[in-house]
Design a protein around this ligand. Structure first.
Ligand SMILES: [Zn+2]
Length: 886
């Protein structure tokens, strides 16, 4: 029965949808460069790092399942020197070993045809220990509580860098068991996916042998080693550890507790228990910026994992929880079940983002994770809620479908973007709210149970959800995952309680966009009544029996990935009903209105009229939406004659909320929300040159210098940023000294972020060269320039510096950096001539693969240029009228 139903659903989708429907997983039809006749089943790899030379020596034995006769073996290798190769014990002559650097392939010509069945390949090779987080890399760091500079090793293989560590079939569909052995100094701790099976002393250190993994994709391997500490606990059969550099293990206490909580939640949600004997959460003091879901040994940039109650902020705590929940979701979705090819990366990332947020919200409702807009505090951050950020990118001409074809390594690495993570997440949330929470979970359990230790395509997920829900999920999903963009729905009140709905593609700065249609899982509510659903499958539709005098709100709780435009009568009724709407719906109205303003479908006065009509409140997510818009406009108007007038107006909107929240924690504060809001408002009002806030921040900074405990950790990033923004040279030096002294990566970042905000051009020129030093971890140093471009108001000085030092800067970032770094510095310009400048620079100095990033930056500059003029005009009218009204 199940097969039949599945068959029908797929057929239905093909017949009624113009979009090409994807097929369920099949090994032989999976895209990729490597031939599929030979399949590795078991690797045994032995590595000897030579740290003083930044190289390593390796050997490996690979058991092969040869499925049809071959004369050649083709696998991946990159920046490896192959010293010897043999097949079934028979050594190959040197000319039979060919490296194709460009395609990252190793081809071995065999002495005779290899029969089907089991064979053994043996290789001896040498490789490099890199400075950036690619393949095997080193990190130099200052040890806690001592002046000593230490070195440790780590690995980063996703998407296509396992081939830098050992020759392998480095495409996700080639699952195999991996058994690693490594030689390290005796006082080091070595960590990999599985527990240590045996350890023995040898000349020059010790040899550590890890147990073999279950069948998994090569990019999920991990190896970390150094002078490390850990704390541990257990959850049922699973050993849990947080591993850090010496002296920091206790800061992993929060992460260790959270790990146990999340593990239990996922064991239940997925219906399949975590399958490995241990789960290590590993803090790395550099190398890369985010986190990586290696099976059983997840690596984190240190400040994404460690929490020091004495000095860490509430934001950090939340960040840690969200990142952990995301990476741990991957232990099932990504590791136990893996997308077959990188064109389905969204299956990994969209799902982990959605699941991580769901889990975070479940245990921490006070954080309002579904509602809050992500603040671009951290340019490398990929997880977290940012439906809005994804929709903004998806409205532009430079967007792409969630599912996109991937042919090369560069394309695989470029697939890690907002569309993949955040639109994917947002679509899954919409689908869950349409199918119902329980039905959706049943579908996920079915999917997990069916595909454990295997690979999948998106079609497999839709099939599981269709089977449990009885709804044509693949058909609904196709429009959202296989075509770019998203719709907005026009609401028009007709006669006698009829309301007409029309859908259209929503675009910003994108004339002549191809028209597209979606099947929209709509929700709507007559304010005060029970919400209803409607699957809108055509361009136009109607709803009936809406009482003419009552407000109607579409996209209940903002759970849908579409926007809504109301006609005048509907909008008036909504404005009158604001106090009866929940915060989710008010946030949704704010973000939709701001989007309509960007799209030139409404003037900015509509947005500020809505803001002024909102009931006075200190709701975090709602106020942050407003702060976001004010902050964007303030930066855009930077240097213009309208900025002063706007700042005065904006302060008058934010001041009352800050006065209600105040500087000090109150006994009736609603916990984390009040803390977060206080910090957001301090930063925002500081950016708006609020003299009281600036003076207050300076006083508190002075008190902090005398007694650090006088300033609560939650307020430090905000206070430092305001002090840094208005810093003179002496203050800059004080902040810099603090940054140099601390061994906490989190605190260090706070101080350098503050330096980057300094507006005085003299200080801007003092901050930028720090990016070339080793004061910040390698992976972070280059983003200091981006931060200066954004925060200081001098993107021109930042760009001049970057252009002059591009080579040195790019040496500190990974391969992708070469494509994205220069364009990313241009998005802070709002002057059309800069678009031309970037075009010329790209032509002369950037790789062809940077084209999508260049196009995005060019689009952003043109958009900002046009928007700036439009806003300046509209704001003048709105603010002048307001002054006259008063
Ligand atoms: Zn992820």
């Amino acid at each position: 029965m199940r097969t039949l139903l599945l068959f029908l659903v797929v057929e239905f989708a093909i017949m009624s949808s113009p979009l090409a429907s994807e097929k369920p997983f099949s090994f032989k039809d999976t895209p990729g460069k490597l031939p599929k006749e030979v399949v590795p089943t078991d690797y045994s790899v032995r590595i000897i790092p030579e740290i003083d030379k930044l190289t390593f020596a390796g050997t490996e034995t690979v058991k092969l399942d040869v499925r049809s006769h071959v004369r050649q073996l083709v696998l991946n290798a990159l920046e490896l020197k192959i010293e010897a190769a043999s097949i079934d014990g028979q050594e190959l002559p040197a000319p039979a070993i060919k490296i194709d650097e460009k395609n990252e392939l190793l081809a071995l010509t065999l002495p005779s045809e290899l029969a089907t069945g089991e064979h053994t390949l043996t290789l001896r090779f040498r490789g490099k220990i890199n400075e950036q987080g690619q393949g095997l890399f080193y990190m130099r760091y200052q040890e806690q509580g001592s002046a000593a500079r230490k070195t440790m090793l780590g690995s980063q293989f996703e998407a296509t860098d396992a081939r830098r560590f050992f020759p392998c079939w480095d495409e996700p569909v080639f699952r195999a068991r991996f058994q690693l052995t490594a030689v390290v100094p005796e006082n080091w701790l070595a960590v990999s996916n599985m527990p240590i099976e045996s350890e023995k002393k040898i000349v020059g250190g010790k040899e550590v042998r890890f147990a073999a993994t279950p069948p998994m994709s090569s990019y999920l391997n991990v190896f970390v080693a150094g002078e490390l500490d850990f704390i541990e606990s257990r959850s049922g059969p699973t050993q849990l550890r947080v591993i850090t550099t010496k002296g920091k293990a206790e800061m992993g206490r929060y992460a260790l507790e959270v790990t146990a909580q999340i593990l239990q939640y996922y064991n239940d949600y997925f219906g399949v228990a975590y399958p490995l004997p241990k789960l290590d959460q590993i803090a790395m003091p550099g190398g890369f910026g985010g986190a990586m879901e290696n099976w059983g040994g997840i690596t984190y940039y240190e400040s994404k994992l460690l929490f020091d109650p004495k000095s860490s902020s509430a934001e950090t705590k939340q960040d840690i929880y969200e990142v952990l929940a995301h990476e741990m979701a991957h232990q099932w979705f990504g590791d136990l079940v893996t997308m077959a090819w990188w064109d389905n990366l969204w299956l990994n990332e969209g799902f982990a983002s959605w699941m991580g947020s769901k889990c975070t919200a479940q245990f921490n409702p006070q954080w309002e994770v579904w509602l809050r807009r992500e603040f671009p505090r951290d340019p490398t951050r990929r997880v977290g809620i940012a439906k809005e950020a994804a929709m903004e990118g998806d409205a532009r001409s430079t967007t792409h479908p969630i599912q996109q074809s991937v042919a090369t390594e560069v394309e695989a690495n470029s697939a890690f973007d907002d569309i993949t993570y955040k639109k994917g997440q947002s679509f899954l949330r919409m689908l869950e709210s349409f199918l119902g929470e329980d039905v959706f979970r049943e579908g996920i359990r079915r999917y997990m149970a069916t595909h454990t230790y295997s690979n999948t395509t998106t079609a497999d997920l839709w099939n599981a959800l269709s089977e449990t829900s009885g709804k044509p999920v693949a058909e609904i999903a196709a429009g959202w995952t296989e075509q770019p963009g998203f719709p907005f729905v026009r609401v028009k009140r007709e006669q006698r309680g009829d309301v007409s709905l029309t859908q259209e593609r929503f675009t910003v700065n994108f004339t002549n966009a191809p028209a597209l249609e979606w099947k929209i899982p709509l929700t709507y509510v007559v304010v005060g009544e029970t919400p209803e659903t409607l699957l809108m499958t055509r361009k136009s539709d109607n709803i009936h029996n809406i009482p003419p005098g009552r407000a109607l709100k579409l996209n209940v709780n903002g759970a849908g990935n579409y926007r809504v435009e109301y006609d005048q009568p509907s909008w008036k009724l909504l404005l009158g009903a604001l106090k009866n709407l929940g915060v989710e719906d008010r946030v949704n109205l704010l973000s939709d209105t701001w989007a309509l303003v960007q799209a030139n479908r409404a003037p900015i006065s509509v947005f500020f009229e809505l803001v002024e009509k909102l009931p006075a409140s200190t709701e975090l997510a709602e106020r942050e939406q407003i702060i976001h818009v004010i902050d964007f406009i303030n930066r855009l108007l930077s240097g213009s004659s309208e900025q002063g007038k706007f700042q005065r107006y904006a302060r008058s909107l934010l001041r009352p909320t800050f006065d209600a929240v105040g500087w000090e924690t109150k006994p009736d504060d609603p916990g984390a929300a009040a803390t977060n809001l206080r910090a957001s408002l301090i930063t925002a009002l500081g950016n708006l040159d609020d003299p009281k806030i600036v003076a207050n921040c300076r006083e508190r900074f002075k008190a902090f210098l005398a007694n650090p405990e006088s300033l609560p950790p939650d307020l430090r990033p905000a206070v430092f940023s305001v002090v840094g923004r208005f810093a003179d040279e002496a203050t800059w030096n004080e902040l810099h000294q603090l940054g140099l002294k601390t061994t906490s990566i989190e605190e260090k970042q706070n101080y350098y972020d503050a330096l980057a905000g300094a507006m005085d051009p003299k200080l801007v020129k003092k901050t930028l060269p720090i990016a070339l030093t080793d004061e910040l971890p390698t992976s972070r140093a280059v983003f200091l320039v981006s931060r200066v471009a954004r925060e200081s108001g001098h993107p021109d000085i930042a760009w001049d510096f970057a252009r002059a030092n591009m080579k040195a800067l790019l040496a500190k970032t990974d391969a992708l950096g070469a494509n994205t770094y220069a364009p990313s510095l241009f998005i802070f310009f709002s002057d059309d001539s800069r678009a031309e400048e970037l075009g010329t620079y790209a032509k002369n100095s950037l790789p062809v693969a940077s084209a999508p990033q260049v196009a995005k930056a060019v689009d952003e500059i043109h958009f900002r240029s046009e928007f700036k003029k439009r806003l300046a005009r509209q704001l003048t009218i709105w603010i002048d009228e307001k002054t006259n009204r008063e």
